[in-house]
Design a protein around this ligand. Sequence first.
Ligand code: ADP
Ligand code: MG
Ligand code: MG
Length: 883
Amino acid sequence: TVYHFGGNAAHDDPRQGDKTVTGGKGANLAEMASIGLPVPPGFTITTEQCLEYLAGDKTFDNGLRSAVADAVAHIERSVGKTFGDASDPLLVSVRSGAAISMPGMMDTVLNLGLNDETVEGLANTSGDARFAWDSYRRFVQMYSDVVLGVDHGLFEEALEITKEDNGYYADTELSADEWRALVSEFKSIVQTELGEPFPQDPQAQLWGAIGAVFDSWDTDRAKIYRRLNDIPHDMGTAVNVQAMVFGNMGDTSATGVAFTRDPATGARAYYGEYLINAQGEDVVAGIRTPQYLTKDAREAAGAKPLSMEEAMPDAYGELARVFDLLEGHYRDMQDIEFTVERGKLWMLQTRSGKRTAKAALKMAVDMVGEGLIEEQEAVRRVDPMALDQLLHPTLDPSAERNVLATGLPASPGAAAGKIVLDADTAEQWSQRGDKVILVRVETSPEDIHGMHAAQGILTARGGMTSHAAVVARGMGRPCVSGASGVTIDRKTRTLRIGSQELKEGDEITLDGANGQVMLGIVPTVKPELAGDFGTLMVWADKLRRMKVRTNAETPDDCRMARQFGAEGIGLCRTEHMFFDAGRISAVRQMILAEDEKGRRKALEMLLPEQRADFTGIFEVMTGLPCTIRLLDPPLHEFLPTQDADFEDLADATGLGVDHLKRRAGELHEFNPMLGHRGCRLGITFPEIYEMQARAIFEAVCAVQKSSGEAPLPEIMIPLVATKRELELLRALVDRVAEEVFAEQGERVDYLVGTMIELPRAALMAGEIAHHGEFFSFGTNDLTQTTLGVSRDDSARFLAPYVDKGIFPRDPFVSLDIDGVGQLVEMAAERGRATRPDIKLGICGEHGGDPASIAFCEKVGLDYVSASPYRVPIARLAAAQAAL
Ligand code: ADP
Ligand code: MG
Ligand code: MG
């Protein structure tokens, strides 16, 4: 239940290295200690203990109490100090640490074990009273905030007043006596707020902090973060208790955070920030402006305060050695926290660092070149969804920029939208369809939902490793941090950027690549697909089995999808073509016609248009399979609703407006998604499908004649429930094909198949396969019809359903593998039993979702199909699924 690390701990139980047991922080602290790095000794209480505590009556059992007592004794022996000893006290930090790193969990408490007596002991042994009282005030402040729940603003205010009264700029200017006075003020704040004194007993402090870490697993902000990131709620968090080392012991001490490579660009250069005479939190909290780690970075930024490399060359040299060791050991870029206490380096954390998509790609490709990892590992490492960041536009370099301010380039990409000044407003405005930029002095874990809702984030304070920067990079949101020219007035909801006055709702653009903040919306340009992106995609393509096609209905979409690597069309929805301005009138004439003759007349007008549509697409897709779905939506979707439309139609047909309105009324359906749609249209109005089939075959023949090569049309009949439907419509398609081939004196290959999008079709797939050469799983409708949930009406209840754990994720985004997945698997099996070479694919939204793609690989589909921008995501996800 408790694992020791550092000191002379054994680190030999494999469970200690298991992040689900000891959390990421605990597992990595033990691992660093075991490879001989300087880690202050400590111990980890397991996630299991947390779950037990939360499930029970929130008390600590005797087993845990005695294990913790032993573990504290281990630390005491290792450092030669005693917890609570008034003359030479051991101080510890209490740190949360879940398996997956999670802002939103309890903040760390440092310097625990200090009280009115031990602070004197610390002053004596360190010979530095200022340091001792600074540590004590930090402890009272942190413990009161995160464990006792006292508003931290009260402490900050008291500190500000002391600084103002004395004319100080930095915290480091306060003397021992001034800190001492503040401590007693802090304690009386606690007394006033809680009606009880600040706890003096170190044991009570320790258990209070442990309980607070456990409890923080269940806080709202932790839950929100888990929901946004698909982290299960039943993992629990570990607690790490660790001997303190002090970065606030004067000018030979420091604290910092670092990455072994640049997390924004992926460049192979040490990257980070540090502060002299400070404790951990200070760097991240943006209280003082941190200094650069390396001389190169400092010079590149034109900054004056010395880099760590220059100010503390010995400790820096040691740190650089540790960087290389850690990268070699973990074979990945590491995100590191360290402290230097009187010249000696201590490691406090390491983990695989969050990175932008661009950096992830560059590092994966570079590390293969460096021999650190294999191609397979490189492919495995890049999150397919993160590619989205790279595939989207960046700011047009030739566009005019009205730059208002420049901050730090904290997370790359371009973002434009309306200014909002708090997270709730960001969420509300974005829900109503606005693009917003969240502007804050600095961000904290309470802002996560607003950061998520925003296009980009701008902060006035904080460095490249501030909360805003780290979270934005993880989310793929562009971010400019530390734009010191920005001042915000929360009362009037206005802000000033440089000399410009702006108000909430005004538009700005951020360039996360160079830190610029611009007035208005700046135009964007297309992404660069060569370089590391291209290299990784080549590796992915070698490793995947499934083909990747695209959903597209215009030549432009097809061209773009081919650039993104699409290997065919998985779904061409012909109805989109019917909505074009030039044709909707003919479509309406067809629908409203009284009889077949009237319909045929309207269809004749549509035929050349449809043929031209297909010709355009086929010219781009020669040599590739193209699945074309015949008309699917309920006819009423095309009906006119405006009087003006009825009048136009009356002119075109010579029929009266009243007559047309009556006819439209007759076509009204109560439940159109289960009504007169899909193949039911082809069965009742065969002339529609005849026209479409003719347009397709005439177009293929034309392209074959002109370019010597044709695409392979795969004609897809939608919404089939019975084999007879497919049998009749396939006969129709075959008949039209023969007619066209005879007329053209030209033959082409083609397939006829169906969508499996009704449960009955999945059940009867064995029979249906007799009449179709392929199945394409239409998982949008299959999800609707299997769950009995209308996709278009589900917004109101789906979010609460996901929150309450009824669905793990939105089933229209990520396939319901347990339920709908069974139908897919069964239909695939039954289809293959009838027709071993049947082609199987998926064309719902799920074709671009990595988890769903993994499922498609498992059931052995031949291809997935995704929208053009998602094609690279699908290629990578298909490769990962095959590994
Ligand atoms: P987070 O997960 O939010 O980063 P951490 O537990 O890592 O929280 O701690 C926050 C800060 O406190 C870090 O900068 C870390 O270096 C510092 N810190 C934690 N434990 C100690 C310790 N024992 N001695 C000195 N600094 C510490
Ligand atoms: Mg940390
Ligand atoms: Mg459908």
